[in-house]
Write a protein that binds this ligand. Sequence first.
Ligand code: GLP
Length: 245
Amino acid sequence: MKPIQLNKSIPIPLYFQLKQYLIQQIENGEWKPGDLLPSEREMSELYGISRMTVRQALIELVNEGRLVREQGKGTFVAEPKISQGLLRLTSFSEDMRARGMTPGAIVLDRATIPADLKLAQELNVPEGDPIIRIKRVRLADERPMAIEQSHIPLSRFPSAAEQDFNQISLYKWLEMSYGVHISHARQTIEVGIPQPEEAEILHIPRTMPILLTERTTFDILNQPVELAKSIYRGDRYKLTVDLQR
Ligand code: GLP
């Protein structure tokens, strides 16, 4: 780490100057994801500022998802966030491949449940109809990114009860096994805090915000094929949208 001169005579707070400097180091690739930062003490000596000032800069960078703190190990440069466009309907596997990562899934649970009112309405089936619920942790380069809970009608896709969804993309499977052409979806996005069990599965602190999405996906005949509730790591995603006026 190069020593830099923080300027004490300008009206820009020192913690903010340090923060901007650290951001620059990350953005120009001087520090790479996974790199360990010097300790608070080392930085305070290096820059001639108090540990409190260093801490304030680090806390903000952790909150903004640029750094991660690991108890007893130190502070590391975070993986960059995935920029997710909001207008194209893609599968998780397509999203990860488009970013040069290998998608994966581990099925945590699969159950056949009777459709409650909401599922019946969303999936256009009678209430009580059997629905397959598949809960998967989604991986990018073997690291957890999201938890997805998909609901699909058993009557239309009976072999979903046996298919191994650890190995295949759900959208690909629907297409290959049932000739489903996925065409459009309706999705909501909210911010939340993970349940303790979800935080553990995603390897994130319990206090880290998550993105909660709910998507009903339709085929070209306008028939709903899936209702999915997903949880995405707040430190790994940002949403991008092009605006016009
Ligand atoms: C997205 C959607 C989910 C859908 C998944 C399919 O992540 N939010 O609703 O289940 O894509 O991804 P894949 O085809 O990789 O299983």
